[in-house]
Design a binder for this molecule. Structure first.
Ligand code: NAP
Length: 286
């Protein structure tokens, strides 16, 4: 952070800690009543180093929260049919309450077919079409973990959304699209931007809430930020760099998420919270 920084930091680590503490207490209470420990299954295809790290991190955070892990690793050469078979088996296993397929899978695999093999009641990462539709229609279901985490962070900092202009840069099915839907559900006016958007900066400069979900290091700089905007950087690029140029954006924004320590910890917190919620529902306890 530079001396000229004026924005307040949105401390995702601290907010996530509170969510995980509650999930930990809920997991312990569920075990006390039912004798069952919530279990999250993680599935990894191939050995991409970043994916291996993410999966390990999710397992270790689960363990700290009193959530069991089941881990399945498939070789890079696995077929769509093999992956679907694993996910179907986990979906049918009553000892598993939540399932996470680490994204991205190797290019030859039909990722959508794999996601759809996850039973909706175990879709704690919110990647199935069922979860997406539930988010869009405002029906009960699991939010995509990162968009859900972003909304919890906005709530924790009492960011008013009704009537505000939210601009989301990125439209991926796991991040950009669902976060826009969740902002719309909170009565924001939402603009989606993507790689074909003309004059991107003229749109981002209108944003009261600007969400960067692009996957390009330091892509949005301070001159693309409206003075006083709330800036959410969902990006995570090699070297712990976000999609926002933090130093220049923080001079213009009123609130901003750091990378790391902003959206990242919120994603895992929501994943754990949703795993415990899934276990409660599957065990008939609301
Ligand atoms: P993605 O699937 O690659 O999507 C990137 C989006 O950015 C696409 O919609 C693309 O537009 C858009 N885009 C690319 N270049 C652009 C440009 N020049 N101008 C405007 N839009 C542009 O990525 P993703 O999975 O959504 O991830 C985005 C970022 O979030 C990455 O840095 C990723 O690491 C991070 N992430 C973080 C977490 C977390 O837990 N913190 C979780 C998931 C992802 P088109 O649709 O037109 O191609």
């Amino acid at each position: 952070m530079t001396e000229t920084t004026s924005a307040v930091l949105m401390d995702g680590t601290a907010v996530a800690r509170r969510i995980v503490e509650q999930a930990t207490a809920d997991a312990a209470a569920l075990k006390a009543v039912t004798g069952v420990t919530p279990c999250l299954a993680t599935v990894l295809v191939g050995a991409d180093p970043a994916s291996v790290t993410y999966v390990r991190m999710k397992q270790s955070r689960s363990a700290k929260a009193g959530i069991d892990s089941r881990h399945v690793e498939l070789p890079e050469s696995a077929t769509t049919a093999e992956l679907v078979a694993v996910l179907t088996e986990l979906s049918e296993d009553s000892r598993v309450h939540g399932i996470l397929l680490q994204h991205p899978v190797p290019a030859h695999i039909d990722e959508r077919a794999a996601f759809e093999a996850i039973a909706p009641e175990k879709d704690v990462d919110g990647v199935t079409m069922h979860s997406f539709a539930a988010m869009a229609f405002g029906e009960p279901g699991f939010a995509s973990a990162t968009p859900g985490g972003i909304m919890r962070l906005l709530e924790a900092y009492s960011v008013e959304l009704a009537g505000k202009h939210a601009v989301v840069v990125g439209r991926s099915p796991i991040l950009g699209k669902p976060v826009g839907m969740l902002l719309l559900a909170r009565d924001a006016t939402v603009t989606y931007c993507h790689s074909k958007t003309a004059d991107l900066a003229s749109l981002t400069r209108q944003a009261d809430v600007l969400v960067a979900a692009v996957g390009k290091p330091r892509f949005l700089t301070g001159d693309a930020v409206k003075p006083g905007a709330v800036v959410i950087d969902a990006g995570y690029n090699p070297g712990n760099v976000g999609d926002v140029d933090f130093d220049s954006a923080a001079r213009t924004a009123s609130l901003i998420t750091p990378v790391p320590g902003g959206v990242g910890p919120m994603t895992i917190a929501v994943l754990l919270e949703q795993t415990v919620a899934a276990a409660r529902r599957q065990l008939g306890r609301r």
